[in-house]
Design a protein around this ligand. Sequence first.
Ligand code: GLU
Length: 427
Amino acid sequence: MNTMVKGLTYSGQGETAWNNYLKQLDKVAPYLGELSERLDMLRRPKRSLIVDIPVIMDDGSVKHFEGYRVQHNLTRGPGKGGVRFHPDVNLDEVMALSAWMTIKCAALNLPFGGAKGGVRVDPTELSPRELERLTRRYTTEINLIIGPQKDIPAPDVGTNPQTMAWMMDTFSMNAGSTVTGVVTGKPVHLGGSLGRVKATGRGVYISGREVAQQIGLDLAGARICVQGFGNVGSEAALLFQENGSKVICVQDHSATLYQEQGIDVKKLMQYSKAHGKIKGFAEQDEIHTANFWQIQAEIFIPAALEGVIDAAVAQSIQTKMILEGANGPTLTEADEILAERQITVVPDVICNAGGVTVSYFEWVQDLASYFWTEEEINQRMDAIMKNAVSDVWLKASVAQCSLRTAAYILACERILMARKERGIYPG
Ligand code: GLU
């Protein structure tokens, strides 16, 4: 643990996601004036729940899984953030992910605080029935602290609209009435929003396009490398390709594909949907995993997990722009090196915020029981993302800081000002 980092510490050793968040937060303090005295509030989560999830497996045995829901900050509204099913989920990671949601929602000026949940499980190893039982029991365990006015979960790595349907149904069964607004990212006929599934990838494209314009990077023919080919990476890759860029490399958990002339993203999406992985799509194009960061390309899109861009990657990467589709892919040390090398990083809290923006629309539509067209949704999301990018760009130019720090300045000002106005209870 870096003793220079002030704040609640959970994990003992090394570079953890929470540590990385604390370091990002430290960078913003000098820009906040008197509000910086209040920054301590963001150095610890408001509420962290650890739950045991016993699941009856298909063979009749009982397995226990560990689950979490962390509400990092609720100053500006109910908690908002996804639920992750992944074998590496732990409290430190969920804390960090919840904090990034706090910053993200405030940076986009959405009326939410930040939260996140997760279960340490490999969902690919469970049968659909086991997965449903796990999801329903997890929802019941966190039932007390979630709700449309309290904390609204959504999909993240390893979860999807079906997971959200089970969560909504479980919450509704316990409440005795149908409560659609308790989760977002639901299937469309259960109160889900049009455009939600594609929203995060769309947001990555929009923020990338806007920043490319600022730095004079021509997207026509620009070479793109994508890490992670799930909902976010694949959708972003497709949009860049449709708009004239060339996706030359795609990596997922199973393989790394490289094709100088450009990969057919649509075909790869079909293949990956059918097989659950990209391996086998074009065996002759497979390269070694470790070579991914060595490829020369105008744009890299990390769209998988956190912590993948460390100092060594930052030293060697040959690119102009990094679009953070994933949450927390860049370590703070790497951020500094990238800044020195004048590589533009569009930070996660802006870049992947298209998802939570359409989640916000879904929540609003559920509460109003009135639904918008996909066109309306896309238009509103475009406008919000464009404004956020332009505000952050302006702040970074004025404060002479990175886009990440600029996004943190805008977010922290909004949260800490709200806290100042609310006061501390009891006074
Ligand atoms: N899991 C997504 C994120 O990290 C979406 C969260 C949401 O829609 O609430 O932003």
